[in-house]
Design a binder for this molecule. Structure first.
Ligand code: SAH
Ligand code: SF4
Ligand code: F3S
Length: 467
């Protein structure tokens, strides 16, 4: 029996045990869990696995922590602001724990892989019952049994892992779309980034496991998948039979009934012509890519250890436009990297003008303990950086408005996701990841619809249903 299968069977036994423990505690009433997820799609996918295991153990889910028997924060370490929010929210649980001794409070995710964070929790947040990291989620059921049975804080953090455990139960947020991990970890060590330290080395899943998972999802009603990894373009390099990401896409493309394939995140160092060729010929991959550039200046890119320069980035964009004239781009950018000058920042602005991204995810540099950039001199004040940041937002806003205005009158295929409670309108996503609101019947939710764009303000569109 494969290792992975043995593990998931053992965890199933723990899930049954949790159900028994909770049944006695709650005298037959259903136990309630509250899960809060910070950070990126990786964490969202992990939380869905955790929820799957809780559901199999008999739990229901609440939108607020009040009355919960189990509270979990799945944390993100990518920027200081994200960490501060987690500490603030955990602190707010102290009085709840004082009044409800039986509740189990757990913390997991990327922050827990940082030693200084765990130390702070041990010292200042002693009411926390369970702390675990990013590498041992698969044994969550076992950990929660231990937490319900013990009095002290349980801490189980692994430094790294080479394991990929398949076949854990999953509780998906949407019935019609799903994230699918194709790889875990990151080997790139961009000098500002904590992710390689908290997510460990890059591991690709076996393509057969990925295809099998997607086939099951499709049989279960899923029409759109998002293939997930920190650098999907380096997928497959360390497999026993190496394959490229573009080849994986071609395999996924063959799955009957799957209507739309998305992926995130691409790295310019590894994005290939082959990838754009596959996208150009595909029936199911939208002509859209999220391709983070981080900075438009070569010296800064070198200091960031990004392993490409401005020209390489722009040549990828040119090639993509050559084979897909209608392609759209979004990106991530960092302002105020240590030592960046105002003149170098201007290169970022000129790159933005040159490419004309439809949307940008913009960040002010945040120093992360243990990374190389954290040890670099950083003379520009935070106040100054916020001014540059404002200039960046203004530049992008202008471009986004101009670009989206061009969409008015065009038709788009959208996957209808839900109804916006405020506006009362249906809300869906285009292939290029724009959100569109339009009026229509609830029956459309979970299906594709054709709309005409009637109004556009930046990344948010309004439309009219055609069919
Ligand atoms: N693996 C992806 C993104 C991971 S984190 C990639 O390589 O593109 C998402 C974004 O957060 C990054 O693209 C970067 O723009 C930003 N980011 C990461 N570390 C940061 C830091 N220390 N300060 C500010 N922004 C950061
Ligand atoms: Fe961080 Fe770079 Fe890895 Fe992305 S590729 S997760 S930015 S180290
Ligand atoms: Fe944050 Fe971890 Fe993702 S640090 S961005 S949740 S991989």
């Amino acid at each position: 029996m494969p290792d992975s299968q043995k593990i998931s069977e053992k965890q199933s036994e723990y899930m049954n045990l949790i159900a028994e423990i909770m049944d006695i505690r709650k005298r037959g009433e259903k136990p309630v869990a509250y899960i809060r997820t910070y950070g990126c799609q990786q964490n969202v996918a992990d939380s869905e696995k955790i929820k799957g295991m809780l559901e199999q153990s008999g739990f229901e889910f609440a939108d607020e922590p009040d009355n919960a028997d189990f509270i979990l924060f799945n944390t993100c370490a990518v920027r200081e602001h994200a960490e501060d929010r987690v500490f603030g929210n955990v602190g707010a649980l102290k009085s709840y724990k004082r009044e409800n001794h039986d509740v189990v409070i757990a913390l997991c995710g990327c922050m827990m892989q940082e030693e200084h964070v765990v130390e702070t929790i041990r010292k200042k947040y002693r009411f926390v019952d369970l702390v675990f990291g990013t590498h041992n989620i698969y044994k969550f059921a076992e950990l929660i049994v231990a937490a319900f049975e013990s009095k002290g804080m349980i801490v189980d953090i692994w430094k790294d892992t080479d394991k990929i455990v398949e076949d854990l139960p999953v509780e998906r947020k949407y019935t019609f779309k799903s994230g699918v991990n194709i790889m875990f970890g990151c080997n790139n060590f961009c000098s500002y980034c904590i992710v390689p330290y908290v997510r460990g080395r890059e591991r690709s899943r076996d393509p057969k496991d990925i295809i099998r998972e997607i086939e099951r999802l499709v049989a279960d009603g899923v029409v759109e998948v998002m293939l997930l990894g920190q650098n999907v373009n380096s997928y497959g390099k360390n497999l026993e039979h190496p394959m490229t990401f573009a080849q994986l896409l071609e395999e996924v493309e063959k799955i009957d009934g799957l209507e739309r394939i998305r992926f995130m995140t691409s790295h310019p160092k590894d994005a290939s012509k082959e990838l754009f060729d596959v996208m150009a010929h595909s029936r199911h991959i939208p002509h859209y890519i999220h391709l983070p550039f981080q900075s438009g200046n070569d010296r800064v890119l070198r200091e960031m250890n990004r392993k490409y320069d401005r020209e390489k980035y722009l040549s990828l964009i040119r090639y993509a436009r050559e084979v897909m004239p209608d392609i759209s781009f979004t990106s991530d950018v960092i302002v105020g990297f240590p030592g960046e000058t105002y003149a170098e920042f201007q290169d970022t602005l000129s790159l933005i003008r040159e490419v004309e991204f439809t949307n940008l995810f913009t960040f002010i540099y945040s120093s992360r303990e243990g990374t190389r950039a954290a040890r670099m001199p950083d003379p520009v004040t935070y106040g100054e950086k916020t001014k540059w940041f404002a200039e960046l937002l203004e530049t992008q806003e202008e471009i986004a408005v101009r670009r989206s205005k061009r969409m008015v009158g065009t038709n788009e295929r959208v996957l209808v996701e839900d109804r916006n409670q405020k506006s009362g309108l249906l809300s869906g996503r285009t292939g290029g990841s724009h959100t569109v609101e339009f009026s229509g019947e609830d029956a459309l939710i979970g299906n594709f619809a054709e709309i005409t764009v009637t109004d556009a303000r930046g990344f948010q569109l309004h439309g009219e249903l055609i069919r």
